[in-house]
Design a protein around this ligand. Structure first.
Ligand code: DQA
Length: 147
């Protein structure tokens, strides 16, 4: 099974950016740990981060018919991007939306998610573990034949 991990804007600064909110792990740390976990489960994890909305949309298009599932932290685009929602609606596999922070405990503009209109599941506030939980969900779903 092929899984795409897509991280949106500013997440390349993880570990350095507002660590009291987003934690001390770098994106490279997170991607390495998740890739190892996926490999041990016999799955492939393709990791992609971009600060450019069009690139994220192009990457989702490229995943159509190739990736079985998408784990996405859309970062600020969560709250703004109908274009990203439309791209996700054109992707047939499982979609899990992950946020490191609990967006519902933060500013009201973070309470709305366009991506949640498409996501099969949403994880927020569990820090880096949220990515791992999303990956386990996708991997276990494959075992059940539901992904
Ligand atoms: C975030 C939450 C978003 O509101 C914010 O814009 C981010 C990160 C999170 O992981 O908690 O950049 O998606």
């Amino acid at each position: 099974m092929n899984i795409l991990l897509l991280n949106g804007p500013n997440l390349n600064l993880l570990g350095d950016r507002e660590p009291e909110i987003y934690g001390a792990d770098t994106l490279a740390d997170i991607e390495r740990g998740l890739s190892e976990h996926a490999r041990a489960a016999g799955a492939g994890l393709d990791c992609f981060q971009t600060n450019h909305e069009g690139e994220a949309i192009d990457r989702i298009h490229a995943a159509r018919g190739v990736a079985d599932a998408l784990i996405i932290n859309p970062a600020a685009w969560t709250h703004t991007s109908i274009a990203l929602l439309d791209a996700l609606n054109a992707f047939a596999g499982r979609v899990v939306e992950v946020h490191l922070s609990n967006v519902h405990r933060r500013e009201s503009f973070r309470h709305r998610s366009y991506v949640s209109l498409r996501a099969d599941g949403v994880i927020a506030g569990l820090g880096v573990y949220g990515y791992r939980a999303a990956l386990d969900y996708v991997l276990n779903g494959a075992e059940r034949g539901t992904v």
